[in-house]
Each structure stands twice: as C-alpha cells, then as structure tokens.
Ligand binder design. Structure first.
Ligand SMILES: Nc1ncnc2c1ncn2[C@@H]1O[C@H](COP(=O)(O)OP(=O)(O)OP(=O)(O)O)[C@@H](O)[C@H]1O
Length: 235
C-alpha cells in the first residue's frame, strides 16, 4: 500500500498572460473525503479544478494522483486514471438523449466506464433516459453533468459550483448524493459559494484569496480567520 494521498498538489502555480492566478497552491485529498474550495470571485477556484482535470497545464509545481505526477495529461487520460469533473455551466450533448450522454461519457472513461442504468438511477434521471438532454431543466442538466462524470467511475470528482440557482429541496438532494458518493470512497473537491450547502457536506475547506491559499481547516474556523474575512470583504 502506498502512503501517498489520493491527490497531492505541491507548489502549483498558473499565470495567464503574465497575470498570476494561482500561486504555490499545496494541499492533499484522501479517498472518501469531501473538501470545500471557497474564495471570492476570481480567486482561482475554477483554475485549480481546470489544472487538476487537465483542462489547463500548471506552470509550476507538481500534481500527483496516487503518487504519480499527472500534470500535463489530457482530460481523457485523467478520466481513465479516475479523475473527472463537472462544469459551472453543464455541457451535455443537447441534441442527444440523456442515456446516450451517459453512454458517451462511459466510453470516454475507457475500461473504467460504468453501466448507464446504474448511473441514471443514481442521478434520479431513469425516467428521463429517452428524452433529449436539451429538454432537461437546469437542475436536471446539472445532475446529468454529474452523471457523465460518474459514468467514468471516478476516484476523484471535482464539482464546480453545482448549487447555484437550485432550490432548497434540489440542494438537499445533491448534498445527500455527494455524501453517498464520499461514503463509497470517492474523494470530492467541491467549489461552492453556498456555504450553508458546503457546511452540510463537509467542514474541511480550503480558502483561496487572489490565487493564494489563505486557510485550510473547518468552515467555522475559516469564518473567524482575519485573512479570510478580509479577502471576502475585499472581494
Ligand atoms: N483561460 C483564461 N485566460 C485568461 N484568464 C483566465 C482564464 N481562466 C481564468 N482566468 C482568470 O483567472 C482568475 C481566476 O479565475 P477563476 O475562474 O479560477 O476564479 P474563481 O475563483 O473560480 O471565480 P468564480 O468564483 O467567479 O467562478 C480570474 O482573474 C480570471 O479572469
């Protein structure tokens, strides 16, 4: 057994056109953990998710998954290893059926691809399997986006602002689902502005401010930390 965490970032940095958006970001995540990633708008949360999921390549530092450096690998290779993500704005194939969307994603996951029926049941869309994805509500499209990631049987799931625009009952259902996934051993990094939602599913948060890690610990302690308070008021 390796003593390495599932995911480990060491000194990760990223700049766009000379604008440093992430600076020496270091943290690790263990299997079955839910870690909240919070911070004001533009603090680098989505960029962190984009680096871990292979959408962008880090300029500095290392990203290790199960002890193996993975920075620079394409998203489909990372999906094969067990890393997948959702998007702030869901990107289903709108002209394809809900089930087909899941099947295509499972194919993207290669040998790790999961059974579409199991995924549809998990995301509560079994009754909508045959309709076009473009006909789903926003909440259902978010669930489909999550289902497409789940179809690749991830060990690490990166969730980018899934709560925005959802009502309390939809939020409750998603919180329960994310907790079930974690109990199954999937690690989750959850980018979220809705702190009550985050509080339901985790108390371990990483707070970013202008690309730097300001704090790591419980949400309650974060809310009492002067650097965190200043970043949010400034933001
Ligand atoms: N592809 C890109 N090209 C240039 N700049 C980018 C790119 N992606 C992000 N940025 C910039 O990097 C900074 C961090 O953006 P990022 O989306 O990571 O922040 P965030 O914390 O996720 O914000 P939000 O909460 O608003 O989603 C911002 O200044 C943004 O404009």
């Amino acid at each position: 057994m390796s003593s390495e965490p599932l995911l480990r970032l060491d000194g990760v940095g990223k700049a766009f056109g000379g604008n440093i958006v992430l600076n020496r970001l270091s943290f690790s995540v263990e299997p079955g953990e839910i870690v909240g990633l919070v911070g004001p708008n533009g603090s680098g949360k989505t960029t962190a998710i984009n680096l871990i999921s292979g959408v962008h390549r880090a300029d500095a530092g290392t990203i290790r998954f199960q002890g193996r450096p993975v920075q620079g690998l394409a998203p489909f290779r990372l999906a094969h290893l067990g890393i997948n993500r959702t998007f702030q704005v869901p990107k289903p194939f709108r002209e394809m059926g809900v089930r087909e969307n899941i099947e295509v994603a499972a194919h993207f996951g290669g040998a790790r691809g999961m059974d579409a029926d199991a995924v549809l049941a998990e995301i509560d869309l079994a009754g909508h399997a045959a309709i076009m994805a473009g006909g789903l509500t926003v909440n259902q499209q978010k669930m489909l986006d999550l289902g497409r990631a789940l179809a690749t049987d991830p060990k690490l799931l990166l969730i980018d602002e899934i709560g925005a625009g959802l009502n309390p009952s939809e939020l409750g259902a998603i919180a329960n689902l994310l907790q079930r996934l974690a109990q199954r051993g999937i690690a989750l990094i959850v980018v979220e502005h809705l702190l009550d939602f985050l509080n339901r599913i985790t108390n371990r948060v990483i707070v970013l401010g202008a690309g730097r890690m300001l704090f790591e610990g419980t949400l309650k302690a974060a809310s009492e930390n002067p650097d965190v308070v200043a970043a949010f008021i400034g933001g």
